[in-house]
Design a protein around this ligand. Sequence first.
Ligand SMILES: CC(C)(COP(=O)(O)OP(=O)(O)OC[C@H]1O[C@@H](n2cnc3c(N)ncnc32)[C@H](O)[C@@H]1OP(=O)(O)O)[C@@H](O)C(=O)NCCC(=O)NCCS
Length: 389
Amino acid sequence: MVKKREVIDKSGNKHSFSEGMAGVIATTSEICFINGAEGKLIYRGVPIEDLAEKSTFEETSYFLLYGELPTQKELHEFEKRLKKHRAIPATVLDVMKQMPDDANTMQTLRTVVSLMGLYEPKNDEHSVKETSGEVEKLIAVFPTIVAAIQRLREGKEPVAPDNSLSHAANLIYMVTGEKPDDYAARVLDVCLILHAEHGFNASTFTSRVVISTLTDVYSAVTAAIGSLRGPLHGGANEGVMHLLDEIGDLESVEKVIKNKLETKAKIMGFGHRVYKVLDPRAKILSQYSKRLAEITGKQKYYAMSKKIEEIMKREVGDRGIYPNVDFFSASVYHYLGFSLEIYTPIFAVSRISGWGAHIMEQLRENRLFRPTSVYLGDIDRKYMAISDR
Ligand SMILES: CC(C)(COP(=O)(O)OP(=O)(O)OC[C@H]1O[C@@H](n2cnc3c(N)ncnc32)[C@H](O)[C@@H]1OP(=O)(O)O)[C@@H](O)C(=O)NCCC(=O)NCCS
């Protein structure tokens, strides 16, 4: 149910609108379908469960960008192009070394992507070829930037990409300096598939609004990163980890969660503008969190997460507030050994494929986004000279 807000402006005209544009149709798209009532998510017609089980991030990215599942040859060529663009240009890496190592990682990622736009020779072209080329380069280089941000924060040298590794395995390698086992690499691969696309969420809409002015791809992606950073959007996965740490142990879960609900505080990783049942991505990630807890022998975060889920279902389930994608991704990233500071940047490593697909789609039949608002300010005020104020 979309909540409508009614207001009367100063001329006495009544307006009814949907706050936060919930349920408002902005344009058409062929990339993603979400059924929030039934908890269904499909990318270009294929259920997310199938992609999570059978695809890879590289294949899913190709599918999102170009609309067809690639042939073996197309996938091979695509992977080759991505590998070619994995390295951060030396000049950009030099500037990264001058950036404050205690800055917010999403702000650093945003700044680095913006900086990279300066080195893109044709960044005001909007042909399909130029645009897809820039999008592919960004998909390729995001893991390297995120890993370098983390390494520099730790006072370590960035690790160069290893082209014998997949996109996901290489990200773990560049962050930790060690090649991951197949299971860890596959878990991250699935995380990247699950986070890659989600319709007209705030950051994707941002990217489409920005590119609709026919500015460059780097500007659109820079703005999208800024949007994803917020705690109501991608930043929620960090919020979940803070919540788990604040609670501290399994025994304290009930008390802390009930207290938060009583004081109307939001529980990070719960609730969704579209899903009013369990987010299908949370269902998949919950299973991986469980398995990783068993493998690592560290049950704490998974057990606490399950307990929070149980309490929330009991207390607010009837209001349609269930775990979203961020809830179990927090414990999964923890088990994979990632630092909290790069949880949201890892979301961006994945979502760049969705942003890219939407940027390309928007440019195909572009119309400038320019909505309106109800003016509630004064309408007949006189200008008063500064000397009389
Ligand atoms: C995602 C989110 C912004 C969707 O918001 P929305 O559609 O605008 O819904 P609202 O924020 O208006 O919430 C509607 C009601 O549910 C409650 N609610 C929503 N999410 C909640 C949560 N995570 N914990 C507790 N209560 C929640 C609100 O307090 C509000 O209650 P009220 O009607 O009594 O005021 C919201 O659920 C949220 O802030 N979740 C936490 C952050 C998060 O996990 N974000 C990641 C999204 S993938």
